[in-house]
Write a protein that binds this ligand. Structure first.
Ligand SMILES: O=C(O)CC1=CCC(=O)O1
Length: 263
């Protein structure tokens, strides 16, 4: 599929299943990831849904302008993708930065959202110097390599890393193909991001998921979502770090599908 052009001319890579009469699910990727981070979800979700996956700006096969990004910009991109593939409303599943973007959509475009699954995410990521430091590293020679090794340590438990070298190699390659300028600009967006005032505006049924061993969005941090989004549910996935959708794929799929398919 050719790139879909946003209102500022930036092209985004989108993989949308053909219209098949099923309800739609939009998947949103994490920092340093792309649409393939959801490969483990595809067979189970496609039984029930039309799947739309995208690489957000600066990631995967999308264009990576070296300019300031914001969570608002990423949210408007996701909304424009839904419009471009003729989806009036969809479930949205987002992990980490993708989860924050999903929450932005829930608060700012509720008419486009059926249900939200917010994974491994927090409404506010302090301290900001962590994100500014990562942006600086990304912009230096060899910086992405350093960031990829550190990310793998946060994204998977030690035991998963030891037993799954092929999965780890695939994730490392995914991170390494991220444009340094795109990674850096998304870090800067995360440094600025504060969704805490938006949470009460989200009317959609919301499921919050987090791995019990996630060092970034640990269960304590994610409780803020459920304290403020009306009716939101929290489920903690055991023996999983940040990318719980890969580390505990079968469990993740069951929990998320049970939620999305419930009346
Ligand atoms: O990179 C990480 O470990 C955590 C993270 C923050 C935002 C995101 O998408 O991933």
């Amino acid at each position: 599929m050719p790139l879909i052009s946003m209102d500022d001319g930036i092209g985004l890579h989108v993989e949308a299943d053909p219209e098949n009469g099923k309800p739609s699910v939009l998947f949103l990727n994490a920092l340093g990831a792309d649409h393939t981070m959801w490969d483990e979800q595809m067979p189970a979700f496609r039984e029930h849904f039309r799947v739309i996956r995208m690489d957000d700006r600066g990631h995967g096969q999308s264009e990576a302008p070296d300019m300031p990004y914001t969570i608002d910009r990423l949210g408007r991109d996701a909304r424009a993708v839904l419009e471009a593939v003729d989806v009036e409303s969809a479930h949205v599943v987002g992990l980490s930065k993708g989860g924050m973007t999903a929450a932005w959509l829930g608060a700012n475009s509720p008419e486009h959202i059926e249900k939200l699954v917010i994974v491994s995410a927090a409404p506010h990521l302090a301290p900001r110097d962590v994100w500014e430091g990562r942006a600086k590293t990304a912009r230096t020679e060899g910086g992405l390599h350093t960031l990829a090794e550190a990310a793998i340590g946060r994204w998977f438990t030690e035991s998963f890393r030891a037993k799954n070298p092929e999965a780890i190699a695939k994730v490392r390659a995914m991170i390494m193909q991220t444009a340094p300028a795109g990674y850096a600009a998304c870090c800067e967006a995360l440094a600025e991001m504060d969704l805490r005032d938006d949470l009460a505006l989200i009317p959609s049924p919301t499921l919050v998921l987090v791995g019990d061993s996630d060092p970034t969005s640990h269960p304590g941090k994610t409780r803020e979502w459920v304290a403020t989004i009306e009716g939101a549910q929290l489920q903690i996935i055991k023996q999983a770090a940040h990318l719980c959708n890969i580390e505990q794929a079968a469990n993740f799929n069951k929990i998320a599908l049970d939620f999305l398919l419930a009346n």
